[in-house]
Design a protein around this ligand. Structure first.
Ligand SMILES: C[S@@+](CC[C@H](N)C(=O)[O-])C[C@H]1O[C@@H](n2cnc3c(N)ncnc32)[C@H](O)[C@@H]1O
Length: 340
């Protein structure tokens, strides 16, 4: 089988969850577009040798990038975990009417910009609700645009992938992955999405030290805090995670971490709590990072403040899920090349 190395381009790169997962499958990222300077700091601190697209040392918005002006290298795979706020069930659901939703069209503009060197594969990630919202009309629009760009794409090119099912990670995080294949380079658009259930026992204690404590008291809720009592009443004698809602405490089933979201960066009580040997405390950024499956040597630069770290982690994808998906895509590309 041809083993010519594959290259990827990253749109909406965040702190590099996609890039790490593809890298683990042996697919190097050639360049990345991410317009949040703090996310770029974290990305650069950990992922070397990737060209971040910038304008006068300022990270560029996808809206300002053209292939020719920035001399973007053609890539085999283009991935884009595009902003999901306008498509998720929790938000205002303005879909493609919302400026963040409109960013979807920027992906296909860049693809078209590559002309005859367009990527062989496009990988998109978003909220599962994008498939069903507005009575399915969002998905019809998305499908129409991807096909118009010259790619095989239909419902079977989508799969909801959850690290809780596919990997040893104890986080439930169901996300929709959409993979389109160039009609010029593939005879069909079929893909075997990762589906093998991971049977390893989930062990939240491997990610969070429930029996110990941490030195930094700023993570702990003081007894005077009005939420302290609310959570204490719910505390169970098991490895549980507690989420605060306005008037209630949601107790997650033992051993399960709920989806870590970007709104963790909005303030203390949006971060899930645990009860450890010293008291009630928020999950730390490093615990959250581990629950997203990032490698143990991934580090945050000092310049990034705590709330931004939580946002960056919640915005990210679970790297081990991407790694599984990347292996399937790689297999399909090489098979097509060898069968040709
Ligand atoms: C859901 S996150 C993507 C996570 C990422 N794909 C990963 O691998 O973990 C969306 C990212 O898009 C970035 N973003 C939003 N608007 C953008 C724009 N106009 N240009 C470039 N990046 C943008 C945000 O800062 C955020 O980091």
């Amino acid at each position: 089988m041809s083993d010519q190395p594959l290259k990827a381009g990253a749109l909406f790169a965040g702190i590099g969850g996609f890039c790490i997962g593809f890298g683990q499958a042996g697919i190097k990222t050639s360049w990345a577009i991410e317009n949040d300077p703090m996310s770029v700091l974290t990305y650069r601190h950990n992922i070397k040798d990737v060209r971040i697209i910038e304008d006068d040392a300022v990270p560029a918005s996808i809206k300002d990038v053209t292939v020719s002006a920035y001399d973007l290298e053609p890539v085999d795979i283009l991935h884009a975990g595009f902003p999901c706020q306008s498509f998720s069930q929790a938000g205002e659901r303005k879909g493609f009417e919302d400026p963040r939703g409109k960013l979807f069209y920027e992906i296909l503009r860049i693809v078209a910009d590559f002309k005859d060197k367009k990527p062989s594969v496009i990988v998109l990630e978003n909220s599962p609700h994008i498939r069903h919202g507005e009575g399915g009309s969002w998905f019809i629009e998305l499908t129409k645009e991807i096909k118009k760009a010259g790619y095989w794409f239909r419902d079977a090119n989508c799969a909801e992938l959850d690290p809780y099912v596919l990997t040893p990670l104890p986080q439930k995080r169901n996300r929709l992955f959409m993979v389109a294949f160039s009609t010029d380079r593939f005879r069909n658009g079929k893909l075997n999405f990762p589906s093998q259930k991971n049977d390893e026992k989930k062990c939240l204690e491997n990610y969070i030290d429930f029996a110990g404590s941490i030195d930094d008291d700023t993570y702990y809720l003081s007894e005077e805090n009005r939420y302290h009592n609310m959570i204490t009443q719910e505390v169970e004698d098991k490895a549980c995670i507690y989420q605060l809602r306005k008037f209630l405490v949601r107790v997650k089933e033992p051993g399960v971490c709920p989806t870590l979201t970007a709104n963790m960066g909005l303030g203390g009580h949006n971060v899930p709590f645990i009860h450890d040997a010293k008291g009630l405390r928020k999950l730390t950024e490093l615990e959250c990072l581990k629950l997203q499956g990032f490698p143990s040597d991934f580090k945050f630069p000092d310049a990034v403040i705590r709330s931004k770290l939580y946002t960056q982690i919640g915005n990210s994808v679970a790297a081990p899920v991407i790694s599984l998906l990347a292996e399937e895509i790689k297999y399909k590309i090489y098979k097509e090349r060898n069968d040709a």
